[in-house]
Write a protein that binds this ligand. Structure first.
Ligand SMILES: [Zn+2]
Length: 168
């Protein structure tokens, strides 16, 4: 399989949210582990995060262009959520039927780690899902402003769960 792995934000002015922890750091920690683990299993990985962008939209467009031109089988965008310090748990966005199946597989594995299951969400309004031509998911791994989630947070465990969900 050929995976497009998109480490969310980390490309100013496209930067992640700040809660108890900084989303950009967590996206990088988990994303780099996912990339390494997929490669170790013999899969092809196309990293989709651009090295520079003029605007947030430019950053998002470049991620999609990289996945589309490499014709990856699945596009996976890795993020962490933020809301009101009370909300917690994992949600995964998808649009196509195949995307939703992959999303459920990943969601089931991450929630086995103890995060609340917030379900599969409609990704049809998310730029990177709308503008990629292959099945695409966006993972909101857990909430960076939730003490419960940050106590549970372990980059290695989340990366293992994502890889298992993607390769089942
Ligand atoms: Zn994000």
């Amino acid at each position: 399989m050929k995976f497009g792995i998109d480490i969310g934000h980390n490309c100013p002015p496209d930067i992640g949210a700040k809660g108890i922890k900084f989303e950009d750091n967590l996206n990088l920690d988990v994303g780099n582990k996912v990339i390494a683990k997929l490669k170790a299993l013999g899969h092809q990985v196309v990293p989709c995060k651009p090295t520079k962008a003029d605007t947030v939209e430019d950053s998002l467009a470049k991620r999609c262009a990289t996945a589309n031109s490499a014709n990856v089988d699945i596009f996976v965008s890795i993020h962490f959520n933020i809301f009101n310090a009370q909300a917690n748990g994992t949600e995964v966005y998808a649009m196509s039927e195949i995307g939703k199946k992959i999303a459920k597989s990943v969601l089931d594995e991450i929630t086995k780690l103890g995060f609340s299951n917030r379900g599969i969400k409609d990704g049809s309004k998310l730029f990177v899902i709308k503008h990629t031509i292959m099945p695409a998911i966006l993972i909101e791994s857990c909430f960076i402003d939730s003490q419960k989630d940050m106590n549970l947070y372990n980059a290695e465990a989340i990366a293992n769960a994502i890889v298992k969900g993607l390769t089942l």
